[in-house]
Design a protein around this ligand. Sequence first.
Ligand code: ATP
Ligand code: MG
Length: 499
Amino acid sequence: MATIILVDDELTMVQMVAEVLRADGHEVFPFTSYNGVMEALTTHRPELVITDLYLDKTRPHGLDILRKVREMSPPPSVIVISGFGTVENAVDAMKLGAFDFLRKPFNLDDLKLCVRRALSYTAAVAENTELRKELRRQYRFSQIIGASARMQEIFRLVEKVADTPTTVLILGESGTGKELVARALHYNSRRASAPFIPLNCSALPENLLESELFGHRKGAFTGAVADKLGLFQEADGGTLFLDEIGTMPPQLQSRLLRVLQDKEIRRVGDNSSATVDVRVIAATNEHLEYLVKDGRFREDLYYRLNVVPIALPPLRERSDDIPMLVAHFLKDRVHLRTGQAFRVTRRAMAALTAYPWPGNVRELSNYIERASILADTALIRVADLPAPVQASAPPDDGQEEHQAAESASPVGAAVIPGRPPGPPPAAMPAMPATTGTAAAPATAPSSAEVVTLKKYLRDHEQNYLRHAIAFTNGDKEAAARLLDVSLATLYRKLAEDAD
Ligand SMILES: Nc1ncnc2c1ncn2[C@@H]1O[C@H](COP(=O)(O)OP(=O)(O)OP(=O)(O)O)[C@@H](O)[C@H]1O
Ligand SMILES: [Mg+2]
Protein backbone atom coordinates (compact mmCIF):
# COMPACT_ATOMS: atom_id res chain seq x y z
CA MET A 1 0.00 0.00 0.00
CA ALA A 2 2.52 2.57 1.13
CA THR A 3 6.28 2.86 1.02
CA ILE A 4 7.77 3.25 4.50
CA ILE A 5 11.34 3.88 5.63
CA LEU A 6 12.05 2.57 9.10
CA VAL A 7 15.17 3.51 11.08
CA ASP A 8 16.17 2.19 14.52
CA ASP A 9 19.38 0.73 15.94
CA GLU A 10 17.61 -2.08 17.77
CA LEU A 11 17.57 -4.89 15.25
CA THR A 12 14.80 -6.90 16.94
CA MET A 13 12.61 -3.86 17.17
CA VAL A 14 13.16 -3.03 13.47
CA GLN A 15 12.37 -6.62 12.51
CA MET A 16 9.22 -6.68 14.55
CA VAL A 17 7.84 -3.37 13.33
CA ALA A 18 8.74 -4.20 9.71
CA GLU A 19 6.92 -7.52 9.97
CA VAL A 20 3.78 -5.91 11.37
CA LEU A 21 3.73 -3.23 8.66
CA ARG A 22 4.42 -5.72 5.85
CA ALA A 23 1.56 -7.86 7.10
CA ASP A 24 -0.62 -4.81 6.48
CA GLY A 25 0.59 -4.74 2.88
CA HIS A 26 3.18 -1.94 3.10
CA GLU A 27 6.57 -1.97 1.45
CA VAL A 28 9.15 -1.41 4.19
CA PHE A 29 12.80 -0.40 3.85
CA PRO A 30 14.45 -1.06 7.23
CA PHE A 31 17.70 0.58 8.41
CA THR A 32 19.63 0.02 11.63
CA SER A 33 21.89 3.03 11.14
CA TYR A 34 21.66 6.34 9.30
CA ASN A 35 23.96 5.09 6.56
CA GLY A 36 22.05 5.36 3.31
CA VAL A 37 18.87 6.80 4.80
CA MET A 38 19.19 10.20 3.11
CA GLU A 39 19.74 8.52 -0.28
CA ALA A 40 16.79 6.17 0.32
CA LEU A 41 14.53 9.18 0.85
CA THR A 42 15.33 10.33 -2.66
CA THR A 43 15.26 6.93 -4.38
CA HIS A 44 12.21 5.39 -2.72
CA ARG A 45 10.17 8.58 -2.15
CA PRO A 46 8.37 7.07 0.87
CA GLU A 47 4.95 8.17 2.08
CA LEU A 48 6.07 7.63 5.69
CA VAL A 49 9.31 7.71 7.66
CA ILE A 50 9.46 6.12 11.10
CA THR A 51 12.70 7.03 12.79
CA ASP A 52 14.47 6.98 16.08
CA LEU A 53 15.71 10.39 17.19
CA TYR A 54 19.15 9.37 18.60
CA LEU A 55 21.11 6.46 17.19
CA ASP A 56 24.68 7.04 18.31
CA LYS A 57 23.40 8.86 21.38
CA THR A 58 25.31 12.05 20.60
CA ARG A 59 23.94 13.69 17.47
CA PRO A 60 20.21 13.90 16.91
CA HIS A 61 20.29 12.56 13.31
CA GLY A 62 16.56 12.05 13.47
CA LEU A 63 16.21 15.83 13.35
CA ASP A 64 18.38 15.98 10.21
CA ILE A 65 15.98 13.56 8.56
CA LEU A 66 13.07 15.77 9.52
CA ARG A 67 14.78 18.77 7.96
CA LYS A 68 15.45 16.90 4.74
CA VAL A 69 11.88 15.59 4.59
CA ARG A 70 10.49 19.10 4.85
CA GLU A 71 12.19 20.03 1.61
CA MET A 72 10.54 17.16 -0.28
CA SER A 73 7.44 17.79 -2.37
CA PRO A 74 5.04 16.32 -1.47
CA PRO A 75 6.61 15.60 1.93
CA PRO A 76 6.22 12.20 3.64
CA SER A 77 4.89 12.16 7.19
CA VAL A 78 7.38 11.38 9.95
CA ILE A 79 6.75 9.46 13.14
CA VAL A 80 9.58 9.92 15.61
CA ILE A 81 10.31 7.14 18.12
CA SER A 82 12.73 7.40 20.96
CA GLY A 83 13.83 5.51 24.01
CA PHE A 84 15.31 8.67 25.43
CA GLY A 85 12.23 10.74 24.86
CA THR A 86 12.44 13.92 26.84
CA VAL A 87 9.83 16.62 26.41
CA GLU A 88 12.36 18.86 24.63
CA ASN A 89 13.06 16.21 22.00
CA ALA A 90 9.39 15.81 21.33
CA VAL A 91 8.91 19.55 21.07
CA ASP A 92 11.88 19.87 18.70
CA ALA A 93 10.55 17.07 16.54
CA MET A 94 7.05 18.50 16.40
CA LYS A 95 8.39 21.95 15.62
CA LEU A 96 10.25 20.51 12.68
CA GLY A 97 7.01 19.04 11.43
CA ALA A 98 6.98 15.45 12.77
CA PHE A 99 3.48 14.08 12.53
CA ASP A 100 3.65 12.22 15.83
CA PHE A 101 6.03 11.11 18.57
CA LEU A 102 6.08 7.56 20.01
CA ARG A 103 7.94 6.65 23.12
CA LYS A 104 9.50 3.23 23.59
CA PRO A 105 8.23 0.80 24.60
CA PHE A 106 5.08 1.22 22.58
CA ASN A 107 2.14 -0.98 21.96
CA LEU A 108 1.74 -2.35 18.41
CA ASP A 109 -1.88 -1.26 18.17
CA ASP A 110 -0.81 2.31 18.96
CA LEU A 111 1.83 2.06 16.26
CA LYS A 112 -0.70 0.77 13.71
CA LEU A 113 -3.18 3.51 14.49
CA CYS A 114 -0.47 6.13 14.34
CA VAL A 115 0.73 4.79 10.95
CA ARG A 116 -2.80 4.84 9.54
CA ARG A 117 -3.37 8.43 10.61
CA ALA A 118 0.06 9.53 9.36
CA LEU A 119 -0.57 7.95 5.94
CA SER A 120 -3.93 9.65 5.48
CA TYR A 121 -2.26 12.91 6.45
CA THR A 122 0.44 12.34 3.80
CA ALA A 123 -2.29 11.72 1.22
CA ALA A 124 -4.14 14.91 2.17
CA VAL A 125 -0.95 16.95 2.00
CA ALA A 126 -0.08 15.43 -1.38
CA GLU A 127 -3.52 16.23 -2.75
CA ASN A 128 -3.31 19.75 -1.46
CA THR A 129 0.13 20.19 -3.00
CA GLU A 130 -1.23 18.92 -6.32
CA LEU A 131 -4.19 21.31 -6.20
CA ARG A 132 -1.93 24.22 -5.43
CA LYS A 133 0.40 23.24 -8.25
CA GLU A 134 -2.57 23.03 -10.61
CA LEU A 135 -3.69 26.51 -9.63
CA ARG A 136 -0.17 27.79 -10.15
CA ARG A 137 0.00 26.08 -13.52
CA GLN A 138 -3.25 27.71 -14.54
CA TYR A 139 -1.94 31.14 -13.76
CA ARG A 140 1.62 30.54 -14.79
CA PHE A 141 2.71 32.58 -17.68
CA SER A 142 1.74 29.83 -20.12
CA GLN A 143 -1.84 31.06 -19.74
CA ILE A 144 -0.87 34.59 -20.67
CA ILE A 145 -0.31 34.41 -24.39
CA GLY A 146 2.05 36.75 -26.15
CA ALA A 147 5.28 36.42 -28.08
CA SER A 148 5.45 40.10 -29.00
CA ALA A 149 8.29 42.14 -27.55
CA ARG A 150 5.78 44.19 -25.53
CA MET A 151 4.40 41.08 -23.84
CA GLN A 152 7.85 39.57 -23.26
CA GLU A 153 8.71 42.74 -21.41
CA ILE A 154 5.56 42.31 -19.30
CA PHE A 155 6.49 38.68 -18.48
CA ARG A 156 9.92 39.77 -17.32
CA LEU A 157 8.42 42.45 -15.11
CA VAL A 158 5.78 40.10 -13.68
CA GLU A 159 8.45 37.53 -12.90
CA LYS A 160 10.61 40.12 -11.18
CA VAL A 161 7.93 41.57 -8.91
CA ALA A 162 5.71 38.51 -8.33
CA ASP A 163 7.41 37.29 -5.19
CA THR A 164 8.05 40.68 -3.63
CA PRO A 165 5.81 42.48 -1.14
CA THR A 166 5.54 45.56 -3.34
CA THR A 167 2.22 47.10 -4.35
CA VAL A 168 1.57 46.83 -8.07
CA LEU A 169 -0.62 49.04 -10.24
CA ILE A 170 -1.81 47.34 -13.42
CA LEU A 171 -2.84 49.71 -16.19
CA GLY A 172 -4.57 48.88 -19.41
CA GLU A 173 -7.74 49.20 -21.42
CA SER A 174 -10.67 46.93 -20.73
CA GLY A 175 -10.00 43.32 -21.68
CA THR A 176 -6.21 43.56 -21.91
CA GLY A 177 -5.69 40.92 -19.22
CA LYS A 178 -5.26 42.99 -16.04
CA GLU A 179 -6.93 40.41 -13.82
CA LEU A 180 -4.99 37.60 -15.50
CA VAL A 181 -1.73 39.37 -14.66
CA ALA A 182 -2.89 40.07 -11.08
CA ARG A 183 -3.56 36.35 -10.61
CA ALA A 184 -0.21 35.45 -12.15
CA LEU A 185 1.48 37.77 -9.63
CA HIS A 186 -0.34 36.09 -6.76
CA TYR A 187 0.12 32.48 -7.86
CA ASN A 188 3.81 33.03 -8.50
CA SER A 189 4.42 34.43 -5.04
CA ARG A 190 4.85 32.79 -1.65
CA ARG A 191 1.30 33.95 -0.96
CA ALA A 192 -0.01 31.44 -3.52
CA SER A 193 -1.60 29.14 -0.97
CA ALA A 194 -3.42 32.02 0.75
CA PRO A 195 -6.50 33.61 -0.86
CA PHE A 196 -6.55 35.85 -3.94
CA ILE A 197 -9.57 38.08 -3.51
CA PRO A 198 -10.74 40.34 -6.34
CA LEU A 199 -13.03 43.29 -5.74
CA ASN A 200 -14.40 45.60 -8.40
CA CYS A 201 -14.49 49.02 -6.70
CA SER A 202 -17.05 50.36 -9.16
CA ALA A 203 -19.56 47.61 -8.47
CA LEU A 204 -20.74 48.83 -5.06
CA PRO A 205 -22.03 52.10 -3.59
CA GLU A 206 -19.68 53.81 -1.12
CA ASN A 207 -21.14 52.52 2.17
CA LEU A 208 -21.32 48.92 0.98
CA LEU A 209 -17.82 49.11 -0.46
CA GLU A 210 -16.53 50.33 2.88
CA SER A 211 -18.03 47.49 4.90
CA GLU A 212 -17.06 45.00 2.19
CA LEU A 213 -13.42 46.07 2.44
CA PHE A 214 -13.06 46.67 6.16
CA GLY A 215 -15.95 44.70 7.65
CA HIS A 216 -18.35 45.98 10.29
CA ARG A 217 -19.58 45.31 13.80
CA LYS A 218 -23.12 44.26 14.45
CA GLY A 219 -25.31 47.35 14.80
CA ALA A 220 -22.76 49.73 13.21
CA PHE A 221 -25.52 50.91 10.87
CA THR A 222 -29.06 49.95 9.96
CA GLY A 223 -28.87 46.56 8.33
CA ALA A 224 -25.68 45.48 10.09
CA VAL A 225 -27.41 42.57 11.77
CA ALA A 226 -24.24 40.61 12.50
CA ASP A 227 -20.49 41.13 12.70
CA LYS A 228 -18.91 40.91 9.26
CA LEU A 229 -15.29 40.27 8.37
CA GLY A 230 -13.97 42.58 5.66
CA LEU A 231 -12.13 41.41 2.55
CA PHE A 232 -8.87 42.74 3.99
CA GLN A 233 -9.15 40.19 6.78
CA GLU A 234 -10.35 37.44 4.48
CA ALA A 235 -7.34 38.01 2.28
CA ASP A 236 -4.94 37.91 5.24
CA GLY A 237 -1.68 36.34 4.13
CA GLY A 238 -2.76 36.64 0.50
CA THR A 239 -3.57 39.23 -2.14
CA LEU A 240 -6.40 41.72 -2.49
CA PHE A 241 -7.02 42.77 -6.08
CA LEU A 242 -8.74 46.16 -6.25
CA ASP A 243 -10.10 46.50 -9.76
CA GLU A 244 -11.18 49.88 -11.19
CA ILE A 245 -9.43 51.66 -8.34
CA GLY A 246 -10.06 55.01 -10.08
CA THR A 247 -13.72 54.83 -9.11
CA MET A 248 -13.03 54.53 -5.38
CA PRO A 249 -14.76 57.35 -3.46
CA PRO A 250 -12.38 59.89 -1.81
CA GLN A 251 -13.23 58.97 1.77
CA LEU A 252 -12.37 55.33 1.12
CA GLN A 253 -9.18 56.35 -0.65
CA SER A 254 -8.03 57.88 2.65
CA ARG A 255 -8.90 54.73 4.57
CA LEU A 256 -7.12 52.56 2.03
CA LEU A 257 -4.03 54.72 2.25
CA ARG A 258 -4.01 54.32 6.02
CA VAL A 259 -4.26 50.54 5.77
CA LEU A 260 -1.40 50.44 3.28
CA GLN A 261 0.75 52.54 5.60
CA ASP A 262 -0.14 51.03 8.99
CA LYS A 263 -1.10 47.48 7.96
CA GLU A 264 -3.98 47.78 10.38
CA ILE A 265 -7.68 47.77 9.72
CA ARG A 266 -10.60 48.87 11.80
CA ARG A 267 -14.07 47.55 11.10
CA VAL A 268 -16.94 50.02 10.70
CA GLY A 269 -18.29 50.63 14.20
CA ASP A 270 -15.27 49.09 15.89
CA ASN A 271 -12.94 50.90 18.28
CA SER A 272 -10.06 48.48 18.13
CA SER A 273 -7.98 47.62 15.11
CA ALA A 274 -6.48 44.39 13.82
CA THR A 275 -3.21 43.79 12.01
CA VAL A 276 -3.41 42.38 8.49
CA ASP A 277 -0.77 41.09 6.11
CA VAL A 278 -2.24 41.70 2.67
CA ARG A 279 -0.58 42.54 -0.60
CA VAL A 280 -2.62 45.01 -2.61
CA ILE A 281 -2.65 44.89 -6.39
CA ALA A 282 -4.74 47.61 -8.00
CA ALA A 283 -5.89 47.98 -11.59
CA THR A 284 -7.47 50.70 -13.64
CA ASN A 285 -8.37 51.48 -17.23
CA GLU A 286 -8.36 55.20 -16.48
CA HIS A 287 -5.49 57.64 -16.51
CA LEU A 288 -5.07 58.07 -12.77
CA GLU A 289 -2.82 61.07 -13.21
CA TYR A 290 -5.71 62.95 -14.85
CA LEU A 291 -7.97 62.01 -11.97
CA VAL A 292 -5.28 63.29 -9.60
CA LYS A 293 -5.14 66.57 -11.54
CA ASP A 294 -8.92 66.81 -11.38
CA GLY A 295 -8.81 66.26 -7.63
CA ARG A 296 -10.76 63.03 -7.91
CA PHE A 297 -7.94 60.75 -6.82
CA ARG A 298 -5.63 61.34 -3.87
CA GLU A 299 -2.12 62.09 -5.03
CA ASP A 300 -0.49 60.36 -2.03
CA LEU A 301 -2.49 57.19 -2.65
CA TYR A 302 -1.56 57.33 -6.32
CA TYR A 303 2.15 57.36 -5.45
CA ARG A 304 1.66 54.67 -2.82
CA LEU A 305 -0.04 52.35 -5.36
CA ASN A 306 2.13 53.22 -8.31
CA VAL A 307 5.33 51.72 -6.86
CA VAL A 308 5.58 49.29 -9.76
CA PRO A 309 3.26 50.07 -12.68
CA ILE A 310 2.62 47.36 -15.26
CA ALA A 311 1.07 48.82 -18.40
CA LEU A 312 -0.61 46.22 -20.60
CA PRO A 313 -0.61 47.11 -24.28
CA PRO A 314 -3.90 47.18 -26.16
CA LEU A 315 -4.27 44.22 -28.52
CA ARG A 316 -4.06 46.39 -31.64
CA GLU A 317 -0.50 47.32 -30.62
CA ARG A 318 0.53 43.68 -30.55
CA SER A 319 -1.47 42.31 -33.46
CA ASP A 320 1.35 39.83 -34.19
CA ASP A 321 0.07 37.91 -31.18
CA ILE A 322 -3.44 37.54 -32.59
CA PRO A 323 -2.94 34.22 -34.47
CA MET A 324 -1.48 32.71 -31.31
CA LEU A 325 -4.34 33.98 -29.20
CA VAL A 326 -6.84 32.59 -31.72
CA ALA A 327 -5.10 29.20 -31.57
CA HIS A 328 -5.10 29.38 -27.77
CA PHE A 329 -8.82 30.11 -27.53
CA LEU A 330 -9.68 27.44 -30.09
CA LYS A 331 -7.71 24.89 -28.11
CA ASP A 332 -8.36 26.03 -24.58
CA ARG A 333 -12.01 27.02 -24.72
CA VAL A 334 -13.67 25.88 -27.95
CA HIS A 335 -12.07 22.44 -28.09
CA LEU A 336 -12.76 21.89 -24.42
CA ARG A 337 -16.44 22.76 -24.90
CA THR A 338 -17.12 21.06 -28.23
CA GLY A 339 -14.43 18.39 -28.46
CA GLN A 340 -13.89 19.59 -32.06
CA ALA A 341 -10.63 20.89 -33.50
CA PHE A 342 -11.69 24.16 -35.15
CA ARG A 343 -9.54 25.99 -37.68
CA VAL A 344 -9.71 29.44 -39.19
CA THR A 345 -9.47 30.30 -42.89
CA ARG A 346 -6.52 32.36 -43.97
CA ARG A 347 -8.82 35.19 -44.98
CA ALA A 348 -10.61 35.11 -41.61
CA MET A 349 -7.26 35.21 -39.81
CA ALA A 350 -6.24 38.23 -41.89
CA ALA A 351 -9.49 39.97 -40.86
CA LEU A 352 -8.95 39.07 -37.21
CA THR A 353 -5.40 40.40 -37.36
CA ALA A 354 -6.39 43.69 -39.01
CA TYR A 355 -9.38 44.53 -36.80
CA PRO A 356 -8.45 47.10 -34.10
CA TRP A 357 -10.08 45.23 -31.13
CA PRO A 358 -11.44 48.04 -28.97
CA GLY A 359 -12.49 45.40 -26.41
CA ASN A 360 -9.05 43.77 -26.62
CA VAL A 361 -8.42 40.12 -25.74
CA ARG A 362 -11.82 39.65 -24.11
CA GLU A 363 -13.54 40.76 -27.32
CA LEU A 364 -11.33 38.42 -29.37
CA SER A 365 -12.11 35.46 -27.14
CA ASN A 366 -15.86 36.21 -27.28
CA TYR A 367 -15.82 36.49 -31.05
CA ILE A 368 -13.93 33.21 -31.45
CA GLU A 369 -16.39 31.39 -29.22
CA ARG A 370 -19.30 32.95 -31.08
CA ALA A 371 -17.82 32.06 -34.48
CA SER A 372 -17.36 28.45 -33.39
CA ILE A 373 -21.08 28.32 -32.62
CA LEU A 374 -22.11 29.98 -35.89
CA ALA A 375 -19.77 28.07 -38.21
CA ASP A 376 -21.40 25.22 -40.17
CA THR A 377 -18.21 23.18 -40.17
CA ALA A 378 -15.08 23.15 -38.03
CA LEU A 379 -13.63 25.78 -40.36
CA ILE A 380 -14.30 29.37 -39.29
CA ARG A 381 -14.78 31.72 -42.26
CA VAL A 382 -15.07 35.50 -42.53
CA ALA A 383 -18.86 35.09 -42.77
CA ASP A 384 -18.88 33.57 -39.27
CA LEU A 385 -17.27 36.68 -37.77
CA PRO A 386 -19.19 39.74 -36.56
CA ALA A 387 -19.74 42.57 -39.06
CA PRO A 388 -17.03 44.94 -37.78
CA VAL A 389 -14.40 42.21 -38.15
CA GLN A 390 -15.76 41.26 -41.57
CA ALA A 391 -15.18 44.85 -42.61
CA SER A 392 -11.43 44.33 -41.99
CA ALA A 393 -11.24 41.28 -44.28
CA PRO A 394 -9.21 41.32 -47.51
CA PRO A 395 -11.18 40.92 -50.76
CA ASP A 396 -12.81 37.54 -51.35
CA ASP A 397 -11.09 35.62 -54.15
CA GLY A 398 -13.59 32.74 -53.97
CA GLN A 399 -10.90 30.42 -52.55
CA GLU A 400 -11.52 31.03 -48.86
CA GLU A 401 -12.92 27.58 -48.02
CA HIS A 402 -9.78 25.91 -49.35
CA GLN A 403 -7.24 27.93 -47.43
CA ALA A 404 -7.03 27.22 -43.74
CA ALA A 405 -4.54 29.35 -41.87
CA GLU A 406 -1.56 27.37 -40.62
CA SER A 407 -2.17 26.70 -36.98
CA ALA A 408 -0.12 28.90 -34.73
CA SER A 409 1.13 27.20 -31.62
CA PRO A 410 0.09 29.27 -28.62
CA VAL A 411 3.58 28.96 -27.19
CA GLY A 412 5.72 29.14 -30.30
CA ALA A 413 6.18 32.09 -32.58
CA ALA A 414 3.30 33.26 -34.73
CA VAL A 415 3.33 31.73 -38.22
CA ILE A 416 0.73 33.89 -39.89
CA PRO A 417 1.92 37.32 -40.91
CA GLY A 418 0.15 40.00 -38.94
CA ARG A 419 -0.97 43.41 -40.11
CA PRO A 420 2.07 45.03 -41.65
CA PRO A 421 3.54 47.48 -39.19
CA GLY A 422 3.29 51.12 -40.17
CA PRO A 423 1.43 54.32 -39.47
CA PRO A 424 -2.35 54.22 -39.25
CA PRO A 425 -4.31 55.45 -42.29
CA ALA A 426 -4.38 59.22 -42.62
CA ALA A 427 -8.13 59.53 -42.17
CA MET A 428 -10.23 57.72 -39.65
CA PRO A 429 -12.16 55.03 -41.48
CA ALA A 430 -15.92 55.31 -41.23
CA MET A 431 -17.69 53.15 -38.72
CA PRO A 432 -19.09 49.94 -40.12
CA ALA A 433 -22.88 50.08 -40.52
CA THR A 434 -23.61 47.53 -37.85
CA THR A 435 -21.53 46.66 -34.86
CA GLY A 436 -21.10 43.59 -32.76
CA THR A 437 -22.06 45.15 -29.47
CA ALA A 438 -24.65 47.79 -30.27
CA ALA A 439 -28.26 46.74 -30.60
CA ALA A 440 -28.73 48.00 -34.12
CA PRO A 441 -31.13 45.83 -36.06
CA ALA A 442 -31.02 46.67 -39.76
CA THR A 443 -34.62 45.66 -40.30
CA ALA A 444 -37.63 46.62 -38.21
CA PRO A 445 -36.98 45.16 -34.76
CA SER A 446 -39.35 42.77 -33.08
CA SER A 447 -40.69 43.95 -29.73
CA ALA A 448 -38.18 41.72 -27.92
CA GLU A 449 -35.33 43.56 -29.61
CA VAL A 450 -36.52 47.07 -28.92
CA VAL A 451 -34.22 49.06 -26.66
CA THR A 452 -34.81 52.56 -25.38
CA LEU A 453 -33.66 55.37 -27.62
CA LYS A 454 -31.26 56.46 -24.89
CA LYS A 455 -29.61 53.03 -24.78
CA TYR A 456 -29.49 52.83 -28.56
CA LEU A 457 -27.77 56.21 -28.81
CA ARG A 458 -25.44 55.44 -25.93
CA ASP A 459 -24.35 52.11 -27.43
CA HIS A 460 -23.62 53.79 -30.71
CA GLU A 461 -21.80 56.62 -29.00
CA GLN A 462 -19.69 54.11 -27.07
CA ASN A 463 -18.78 52.26 -30.23
CA TYR A 464 -17.87 55.45 -31.98
CA LEU A 465 -15.71 56.56 -29.04
CA ARG A 466 -13.88 53.23 -28.99
CA HIS A 467 -13.45 53.39 -32.72
CA ALA A 468 -11.88 56.83 -32.42
CA ILE A 469 -9.61 55.76 -29.57
CA ALA A 470 -8.55 52.69 -31.52
CA PHE A 471 -7.81 54.90 -34.49
CA THR A 472 -5.53 57.15 -32.43
CA ASN A 473 -3.75 54.10 -31.04
CA GLY A 474 -5.15 54.66 -27.59
CA ASP A 475 -4.16 58.32 -27.36
CA LYS A 476 -7.30 59.68 -25.71
CA GLU A 477 -6.21 63.31 -26.01
CA ALA A 478 -5.87 62.91 -29.77
CA ALA A 479 -9.20 61.09 -29.91
CA ALA A 480 -10.91 63.92 -28.03
CA ARG A 481 -9.47 66.45 -30.49
CA LEU A 482 -10.63 64.34 -33.41
CA LEU A 483 -14.14 64.14 -31.98
CA ASP A 484 -14.07 67.82 -31.04
CA VAL A 485 -14.94 67.24 -27.38
CA SER A 486 -12.92 68.04 -24.27
CA LEU A 487 -10.83 65.29 -22.72
CA ALA A 488 -13.01 65.46 -19.59
CA THR A 489 -16.13 64.87 -21.71
CA LEU A 490 -14.46 61.90 -23.37
CA TYR A 491 -13.64 60.32 -20.01
CA ARG A 492 -17.10 61.04 -18.66
CA LYS A 493 -18.71 59.42 -21.67
CA LEU A 494 -16.42 56.40 -21.49
CA ALA A 495 -17.30 56.00 -17.83
CA GLU A 496 -21.00 55.93 -18.73
CA ASP A 497 -20.41 52.56 -20.38
CA ALA A 498 -19.74 51.01 -16.99
CA ASP A 499 -23.15 52.18 -15.66
N1 ATP B 1 -2.52 37.63 -22.88
C1 ATP B 1 -3.62 36.88 -22.75
N2 ATP B 1 -3.58 35.57 -23.05
C2 ATP B 1 -4.67 34.80 -22.94
N3 ATP B 1 -5.86 35.23 -22.52
C3 ATP B 1 -5.97 36.53 -22.20
C4 ATP B 1 -4.86 37.42 -22.28
N4 ATP B 1 -5.27 38.65 -21.90
C5 ATP B 1 -6.56 38.53 -21.57
N5 ATP B 1 -7.00 37.26 -21.74
C6 ATP B 1 -8.38 36.77 -21.53
O1 ATP B 1 -9.26 37.84 -21.86
C7 ATP B 1 -10.29 37.99 -20.90
C8 ATP B 1 -10.20 39.34 -20.23
O2 ATP B 1 -9.06 39.40 -19.40
P1 ATP B 1 -9.09 40.15 -17.99
O3 ATP B 1 -10.39 39.91 -17.29
O4 ATP B 1 -7.84 39.82 -17.27
O5 ATP B 1 -9.06 41.66 -18.51
P2 ATP B 1 -9.14 43.04 -17.72
O6 ATP B 1 -8.04 43.88 -18.22
O7 ATP B 1 -9.20 42.76 -16.26
O8 ATP B 1 -10.50 43.64 -18.24
P3 ATP B 1 -11.49 44.73 -17.52
O9 ATP B 1 -10.78 46.03 -17.49
O10 ATP B 1 -12.66 44.77 -18.46
O11 ATP B 1 -11.82 44.18 -16.18
C9 ATP B 1 -10.13 36.83 -19.94
O12 ATP B 1 -10.93 35.77 -20.38
C10 ATP B 1 -8.66 36.47 -20.07
O13 ATP B 1 -8.44 35.12 -19.75
MG1 MG C 1 -10.83 43.11 -14.89
